[in-house]
Design a protein around this ligand. Structure first.
Ligand code: IMP
Ligand code: MG
Length: 173
């Protein structure tokens, strides 16, 4: 089976969007103690670029969850594989995610981090795929709304491949 990737969002577009998101974050969290929490592994590339576009001082941390199901969707049964290292009591947490699909992962993490008593917890997602949403999750900072297709590149994978592409594209089978 030959798999081709059809480019959809160029690296220039990603760069511009990340700069806009970073400006909003700088403005909204001014004077606050912001902790950006990236969701491994998909959000790693986005997080790395986003933190360098943000000017205010921020702390970063990482979480990893596992969801059981086929590789192209999440089952809704989610477990923590890697917890936060930093205490976030009284801090403002921004969850940094690659893509919100069904919404299970973000719903779970909002609750999980909420239990740690932060001052606030919000979501910054590079991609929003609303077509398949099963649970409502508020996305405070959104990069792009995308159609119901499977995306790879810029951190997003298909069976661990394509994360290193500098753009985002769809898989053509
Ligand atoms: P959900 O919102 O709980 O369905 O889970 C979102 C997670 O599913 C993301 O963090 C990705 O890991 C994965 N995912 C959903 N859609 C895509 C896609 O189009 N490409 C790559 N991963 C995806
Ligand atoms: Mg993910």
């Amino acid at each position: 089976m030959t798999v081709k990737v059809k480019p959809l969002i160029s690296s220039a577009k990603l760069k511009k969007k990340i700069s806009d998101l970073a400006k909003k974050i700088d403005k909204d969290y001014r004077g606050k103690e912001l902790v950006l929490v990236g969701v491994l592994k998909g959000a790693a590339v986005f997080l790395a670029d986003l933190i360098r576009a943000i000017k205010m001082p921020v702390a970063i941390d990482l979480v990893q969850v596992s969801s059981y199901g086929a590789s192209t969707y999440s089952s809704g049964v989610i477990k923590i594989k890697k917890d936060l290292d930093l205490p976030v009591v009284g801090k403002d947490v921004l969850l940094v995610e690659d893509i919100v699909d069904y919404g299970y992962t973000m719903k779970y993490l909002l609750r999980f981090i909420g239990h740690k008593k932060p001052n606030s917890v919000k979501i910054c997602a590079l991609l929003d795929k609303p077509a398949r949403r099963r649970v409502r999750v508020p996305i405070a900072y959104k990069g792009f709304t995308v159609p119901d297709e499977f995306f790879v590149g810029y951190g997003l994978d298909l069976n661990e491949k394509y994360r290193n592409l500098p753009f985002i594209g769809t898989i053509q089978k």
